[in-house]
Design a protein around this ligand. Structure first.
Ligand SMILES: Nc1ncnc2c1ncn2[C@@H]1O[C@H](COP(=O)(O)OP(=O)(O)OP(=O)(O)O)[C@@H](O)[C@H]1O
Ligand SMILES: [Mg+2]
Length: 236
């Protein structure tokens, strides 16, 4: 499949790490990548998912940038959109979502026909045609078999998920990933609700590999010394 050109004029999401790899923001995503790799050196994290409490906390932006920096470090990387209710990954690359993950699993579509090659190392699988029962789809054996198959094709698979408070999808997805990242938005995420989703993920057997703080404002900096992962994308 030919490499798709990215029409930047139409991008809803700016993938800073792709557009400007030498920027300070891209450097923060590389730090995040390093933190994930070094903190989990005893267990290979090949497939990871991202979730959060509520919509708009930065899951998709983080998945896009993290996937990009992995691909730039010679890891063959696939970003999969498993937010089947509000899919957005395709918009970032200006690619079609008429066929994607759901079409491979349900219609037997060839994966090579629906995975988009953004660069040699960065591939994207949009969510595909909408379906009435996303949770049932996510629990299907066929989906697990596909992920197992993709594990042999890619070094890293980054899965963008819906938020935890709306639906159970992210918990279901976490069962077939090697690790789950919890995205927390500065000044927005309610800490009690965040603790609750961490408990729910743990109770479901998820391997939580860390949290990522997003939407940090400059004035927040002095409070953040103890943060485990710190993804900086500063708002004034
Ligand atoms: N690290 C960040 N710092 C500042 N703003 C951010 C950051 N990450 C994302 N944003 C902004 O927050 C908004 C929501 O981001 P995004 O779509 O990634 O959230 P989401 O958690 O995927 O939402 P949804 O649950 O609706 O899919 C966007 O306008 C995005 O530009
Ligand atoms: Mg999203």
């Amino acid at each position: 499949m030919p490499i798709k050109a990215i029409n930047r004029a139409n991008l809803e999401y700016h993938i800073v790490s792709l557009k400007d790899p030498s920027s300070a923001i891209a450097e923060q995503y590389r730090k995040l990548r390093t933190n994930i790799d070094y903190s989990n050196f005893n267990k290979e994290i090949r497939v990871m998912s991202l979730t959060s409490t509520f919509p708009g906390e930065g899951k998709t932006v983080t998945a896009l940038n993290l996937g990009t920096v992995y691909s730039q470090s010679e890891s063959k990387t696939l970003i999969i959109d498993m937010d089947l209710r509000k899919p957005k990954i395709h918009r970032a690359f200006n690619i079609s979502n008429s066929k994607g993950l759901t079409n491979i699993v349900i219609d037997g579509e060839d994966k090579d026909n629906v995975i988009h090659e953004i660069t040699d190392n960065l591939h994207v699988l949009p969510s595909g045609e909408k379906m009435p029962f996303p949770a049932e789809f996510l629990m299907s054996k066929k989906l697990r078999a596909l992920i197992d198959d993709l594990r042999t094709d890619y070094d890293k698979i980054i899965i963008d998920c819906p938020p935890m408070t709306a639906v159970t999808d992210a918990s279901i997805i976490s069962k077939f990933t090697d690790g789950t990242l919890v995205v927390v938005a500065s000044r927005r995420t309610n800490s009690d609700i965040a603790k609750q989703i961490v408990k729910t993920l743990n109770d479901n057997g998820a391997n939580i590999i860390g949290s990522i703080l997003t939407r940090v404002q400059k004035k927040d900096h002095r409070y953040l010394a103890g943060y485990y992962y710190y993804s900086e994308y500063m708002e004034d």
